[in-house]
Design a protein around this ligand. Structure first.
Ligand SMILES: [Zn+2]
Ligand SMILES: [Zn+2]
Length: 212
């Protein structure tokens, strides 16, 4: 199923396309305002949301959990230079394709510094809280929201938040995995709530995106 969406401020129109023989995969292209383009690809056995962001002629991929070739194909379709591979946290379902994508494109792998002790791949840049990643004409703000893992981050761009496994449409991420903390999770959920203003679009690590 392929779904193409054009999103302009608060107005949303959905144009479903049919006739594609792709099973179990779903793409959506979302144009938000004019400067940021987001493509979603669902990858791997636990259906992780991988996002490709584009601003100007620069691209970033968020959480390439699997499906290297498919992701590389989509990157090619989006016509730009892949600068960054950004992981919202260390779990394999968000990071497995990191190194192959890096090998193919030369992009840098970015993850929060608090995930350093948990990763089994070399990262190029360890992110800090409140750091900004420049992509084309956009600034992507990095904020650490521990709970699902110590160095879990959310990414803020204009009225979009990528929440990783912190916040989903119908709940929040588990806290029983290595580096997780229920206490931190509740603090983080309290904190993220402050950013969930009307009109904000949330793109989570699993499941559907949603608008506040
Ligand atoms: Zn996770
Ligand atoms: Zn996950």
């Amino acid at each position: 199923m392929i779904e193409v969406r054009f999103l302009v401020e608060a107005q949303r129109e959905i144009f479903p396309l049919r006739g594609q023989a792709i099973i179990n995969l779903q793409f959506s292209i979302i144009f938000f305002k004019i400067s940021m383009e987001v493509m979603k690809i669902i990858v791997g056995p636990i259906r992780t949301n991988c996002y490709i962001l584009k601003s100007g002629n620069e691209l970033a991929v968020v959480d390439p959990g699997e499906e290297t070739l498919l992701i590389l194909d989509k990157i090619k379709d989006m016509r730009g230079i892949l600068k960054y591979i950004i992981n919202t946290h260390y779990h394999f379902d968000h990071t497995t394709a990191n190194q192959e994508i890096k090998k193919a494109t030369g992009a840098k792998i970015l993850i929060h510094e608090k995930e350093k002790g948990y990763i089994d791949f070399p990262a190029d840049i360890f992110l800090q809280d409140n750091e900004e990643i420049i992509l084309g004409e956009e600034k992507i703000l990095v904020r650490n929201f521990p709970g699902h893992s110590e160095g879990s981050i959310c990414l803020f761009v204009e009225k979009i938040i990528f929440t990783g496994d912190l916040l989903f449409k119908d709940g929040y991420g588990r806290t029983d995995l290595v580096g997780g903390s229920e206490e931190d999770m509740f603090k983080s959920l309290d904190e993220i709530r402050k950013f969930l203003k009307p009109g904000v679009m949330v793109y989570p690590g699993h499941g559907d995106e949603f608008q506040i």
